[in-house]
Ligand binder design. Structure first.
Ligand code: NAD
Length: 244
């Protein structure tokens, strides 16, 4: 049985990806920052109902040491790491002129450094296996920028460079690395937007609706599948036609 690790997967897009990969037949290693994220939450039950193994691992993916321990624990429990989805991410929005240094650093650390941490440790396991799939969550904010998101857009643009670098460094070992760049997807992250912001966003989207988490999970499933075996270093925008 193949195994997938999805970071930040107690809720939102990460949970949808975990459930979709369980439906695809992967054993699932869930991760989130605290036990509390899994309270009043049926994601583990839903995954086990698909007939696969599922464990949860508490780790802060911005910590190099936590990621090393996380990858070690998953490898020991499941025997292989076949898919890594770098999904964990946060927003701390504000106009650049008023953004405090620690707010900038926090978002870079959680969104961007985590990708280095997890790719380094899980990539080492995949190199030995001579196979693996790494899928990173970028964002349209990384492709086009977004006022009020200097920190977030920097981290999501960096992930695109990191995706291409990983594809080039690990490609000869049978490992692919791609990114998806979601537009506005209905999750707790976007629920925080004001009504005015939501209206302005819908106006820019060709399909005139937000995306659903399952619509991200479907593309991640494709990138993890055999059908995507010759796709690497690519960024797939999933935005309902936000910018064309
Ligand atoms: P979310 O806030 O619903 O879920 C993110 C999860 O990551 C949470 O469960 C959170 O606890 C976890 N997390 C945060 N910091 C962590 C850490 N240090 N270690 C481990 N886990 C941590 O967000 P979402 O909307 O599901 O977003 C998932 C990913 O998709 C993020 O990378 C986000 O930037 C990206 N994205 C989302 C949208 C959107 O519209 N929702 C658009 C583009 C990109």
């Amino acid at each position: 049985m193949a195994t997938a690790i999805i970071t930040g997967s107690a809720r939102g897009i990460g949970a949808a990806i975990a459930l979709r990969l369980a439906k695809d037949g992967y054993d699932i290693a869930l991760n989130d920052i605290s036990e509390g994220m899994f309270e009043n939450n049926d994601i583990m039950d839903k995954i086990k109902a698909e007939g696969v193994q599922c464990e949860k691992y508490i780790a802060d993916v911005s910590s190099h040491a936590d990621c090393e321990n996380l990858v070690k624990a998953v490898k020991e429990r499941f025997g292989s790491i076949d898919v890594l989805v770098n999904n964990a991410g946060i927003t701390r929005d504000g106009l650049m002129m008023r953004m405090a240094e620690d707010v900038y650093d926090l978002v870079i650390s959680v969104n961007q450094k985590s990708v280095f941490n997890m790719t380094k440790f899980a990539g080492a396991v995949m190199m030995k296996q001579k196979s693996g799939r790494i899928i990173n969550l970028s964002s349209v904010a990384g492709l086009y920028g977004n006022a009020g998101q200097m920190n977030y857009s920097a981290s999501k643009a960096a992930i695109i460079g990191m995706t291409k670098t990983t594809a080039k460094e690990l490609g000869s070992r049978g490992i692919t690395c791609n990114a998806v760049a979601p537009g506005f997807i209905q999750t707790p992250m976007t629920d925080k937007l004001t009504e005015e912001q939501k209206k302005a966003i819908l106006n820019m989207i060709a399909m005139k609706r937000y995306g659903q988490v399952e619509e991200i999970a479907g593309v991640v499933s494709f990138l993890a599948s055999k059908d995507a075996s010759y796709v690497t270093g690519q960024v797939i925008e999933i935005s309902g036609g936000l910018s064309m």
